[in-house]
Design a protein. Structure first.
Length: 748
């Protein structure tokens, strides 16, 4: 990804490389000297947590000071209220200053959020397939969309069955470097977070309300585990919490919290007593997130439904407890997002109200009308979307001139385009918010800049440029049930299109023909069905992995069998590697890709306990040193491979000349040629350890390795092309080690 502004290293480079500067740095050549910690704080608010933590830690180590002390400087810029401000404007080439801040703003906006203005065709498509659109964004790219000024006609077949509520973020605020609080309207049975909180009773009988909904969606495992807890420990006390697996839910675990129950016409004394117990329950939920190393937790309005606790008091207690938890939390703790998630408008509005009253305005206001912001004679602060500049008083003439320039810049930002396709095509993505004029638009929120760009490109193809023919390539079409095929027939009639399924030469998918808008609607519905089949397949693989591990054992030195450790709650983790790190393995990866004229944007190490264990057992069976091989994959399958390993369905090559297996290459450039260009914004490679073992030249008709001799049970471990292409037929023979994201822009 190419940022249109200074990188983090450029901004803090002077400060980190020369401690004598006293913690100040120069923003480029614009002549604006700012306190280094101010810059770091701005960058933290934009989401550069990992990089900022590393830079700040390095600086503190050099200065031999604790992270709590101020940066040294000629002027102390930390006031008694803890507000960091810009130091001063000097040598004010104001045009350059404005340009620099514009670049920073564009960079921040481009990072993980974008506003998309809809054309009439796109608006019409979202009217009929809103829920399917949101589901596909979440499954393929991990993105969430806020849709504005588009009527929901609820004709989507998917909206009636699997996605009745479109996830909406109503409020978001970064309370500290490591804790974020947000308010959502969403269904907890489909909400994607590390943990979901259930409003449980003392006996963990999930017979009504949210508890019943979660239990039904998650399957019998939730109630079975709950019964075991009660059998072992007895009933729970009010305010206590316990954890169970999540079953079929899209989260990792369920935190069952026992909130207080009050009578329908409770007295003030009864409510006050219950308030303490509710606060205890919320506190224990938050403590549990620390114990289990969660990064996100979804909390409903506990006790406010079936248990009669006043909704407004409930919201106040939850928000204030999160604030208290944030104040007492270790500042170096793992990043955590606390999401207040409810599916009913009254609860959502109360949570939003409590946040506004106790925490103030949100950090992100996608519908905010910047052009109508009131003018002030003296500029004390300037809001640029998710970036706030606080000016230090003094040097009035310079500040006044700067105020005029920034006001002018705000108007330009309101309508300026912040993204265009990397291939020079107009994308229709704008930095303006659009809500003030009632323009149909949506706001994308992404987990990473790369995911945002991929989602944007996909949205352009689906909404801005609908075609009379769409082909969706996804091998999960083979897992469609009879009900799914009936749904395809229904879609064909509803949108008056022709839907054709195909599967040939190891690659399957669906082709849709008809009028462009109708094809766009049907395509979103089909994509949603494929994403659901994809998720069902992944969950089935996870269950099989868990079953395999439960039946495996190791022997100690005396030969006695010992059960191996169970899978952890977090199925996998991606750890971003610093590309500037002086590490031999990192340099080797960089060197390989540079030789192929590829620019690495992100290098992530994959840690998956279950996959590693299964790979280890297969390694003992095959007893061969695994070579490091490569696979080129689509964006939507990167996380799935990290989660459940390599599958035939995820990355079929252009041609399966050597068998219907899982293909790898020994060289990066060969991987690019083996897999077809899928037209995505970036190129994704997985580096893996692959147990090729004994191999033989493959052929197209193979679905398993050929036998070594006459015994059909004794087979080769893999097959090969003889020229750097290797094929395995069992995904457990490969372990993904690195996810490598490359730019399409040539290195030279």
């Amino acid at each position: 990804m190419t940022h249109h502004g200074p990188t983090l290293q450029k901004i803090v480079g002077n400060e980190t490389s020369n401690s004598r500067m006293g913690g100040k740095c120069d923003l480029g050549d614009c002549g604006m000297i700012v306190d280094a910690k101010t810059v770091l704080k701005l960058l933290i608010s934009w989401g550069f947590h990992t990089q900022v933590s590393r830079v700040y830690s390095d600086w503190c180590n050099k200065e031999k000071i604790s992270g709590e002390r101020q940066f040294c400087g000629r002027k102390r810029l930390f006031d008694t209220r803890g507000q960091w401000r810009l130091a001063r404007l000097v040598r004010a080439d104001r045009n350059a200053t404005v340009t620099q801040i514009t670049s920073l703003y564009s960079c921040a906006m481009e990072d993980k959020k974008a506003c998309v203005a809809l054309q009439p065709e796109g608006t019409e498509i979202l009217k009929h397939s809103r829920s399917a659109f949101c589901l596909v964004l979440g499954e393929k790219f991990g993105c969430t969309a806020e849709i504005h000024n588009v009527t929901n006609h609820t004709t989507s077949s998917f909206s009636h069955s699997k996605a009745t509520i479109v996830p909406e973020i109503k409020y978001s605020k970064q309370l500290s470097n490591s804790l974020k609080l947000s308010v959502w309207k969403d269904d907890l049975t489909t909400h994607k977070a590390d943990a979901v909180v259930n409003a449980a009773n003392k006996y963990l009988h999930h017979g009504g309300g949210l508890a019943l909904a979660l239990s039904r969606a998650g399957g019998p495992k939730i109630q079975q585990c709950s019964d075991k807890i009660i059998k072992s420990n007895g009933r729970l006390q009010t305010g206590h919490v316990v954890v169970t697996p999540a079953g079929n839910l899209p989260c990792d675990i369920i935190i069952h919290a026992v909130g207080p129950s009050v009578s329908p016409n409770a007295s003030e004394r009864e409510i006050n007593k219950a308030s303490l117990l509710l606060q205890k329950a919320i506190w224990n939920i938050l403590v549990k997130t620390n114990c289990t190393n969660l990064q996100s937790v979804a909390i409903p309005a506990i006790s406010s439904g079936l248990y009669n606790f006043p909704r407004d008091r409930c919201a106040n207690i939850i928000v204030s407890t999160v604030m208290l938890f944030n104040d007492q939390r270790n500042p170096n703790a793992r990043s955590l997002e606390v999401r207040l998630v409810n599916n009913d408008d009254p609860s959502v509005k109360e949570m939003q109200r409590a946040c506004m009253e106790l925490l103030g305005p949100p950090d992100l206001m996608p519908t905010q009308n910047l052009s109508n912001a009131p003018s002030q004679s003296v500029l004390s602060s300037l809001d640029l979307g998710n970036m706030a500049l606080h000016l230090k008083q003094g040097a009035t003439e310079q500040e006044t001139a700067f105020e005029k320039e920034m006001a002018s810049m705000q108007k330009k930002l309101h309508t300026s385009t912040i993204l265009s396709s990397t291939r020079g095509k107009s994308s229709g993505f704008h930095g303006g918010h659009g809500a003030d004029t009632g323009t149909p638009h949506f706001v994308l929120f992404a987990p990473s800049p790369e995911a945002l760009r991929e989602a944007q490109l996909w949205c352009v193809q689906v909404l801005q440029k609908p075609s009379g023919e769409v082909t969706i390539n996804n091998n999960h079409v083979v897992y469609f049930t009879q009900e799914d095929h009936a749904s395809l027939m229904t879609l064909q009639d509803r949108f008056n299109v022709l839907i054709t399924e195909f599967f040939r030469e190891g690659k399957g998918g669906i082709r849709i023909n008809g009028e462009p808008v109708q094809v766009g609607c049907a395509a979103l519905e089909v994509e949603a069905m494929l994403c659901q089949a994809q998720e069902d397949f992944a969950r089935s693989e996870e269950e099989d992995m868990q079953g395999d591990l439960e039946h495996m054992y190791v022997a100690d030195d005396s030969g006695r069998r010992q059960q191996i450790e169970r899978m952890s709650n977090r199925s996998y983790e991606k750890i971003q590697i610093d590309l500037d790190l002086n590490d031999r393995a990192v340099k080797e990866v960089l060197r390989k890709f540079e030789k192929c004229n590829l620019r690495i944007l992100k290098l992530e190490k994959i840690e998956n306990y279950a996959l590693k264990q299964l790979f280890s057992f297969n390694r003992k069976r095959i007893q061969a040193q695994p070579p490091r091989l490569y696979q080129c994959v689509k964006a939507q399958f990167c996380n799935l491979i990290c989660r459940v390993g390599f599958q035939r369905e995820y990355a079929p090559p252009k041609e399966q000349k050597y068998g219907a297996g899982i293909y790898f290459t020994s060289e990066v450039d060969k991987a690019r040629s083996l897999w077809a260009d899928n037209g995505e914004e970036y190129i994704y490679f997985i580096e893996a350890q692959v147990l090729t073992g004994k191999d033989k030249r493959g052929s197209a008709e193979l679905i398993v390795p050929p036998p070594i001799e006459k015994d059909p049970l004794v087979r080769y471990d893999s097959v090969t092309s003889g020229s750097g292409i290797h094929i395995i037929f069992n995904g457990q023979q490969a372990y993904p080690t690195y996810l490598i994201t490359c730019s399409r822009q040539a290195l030279f």
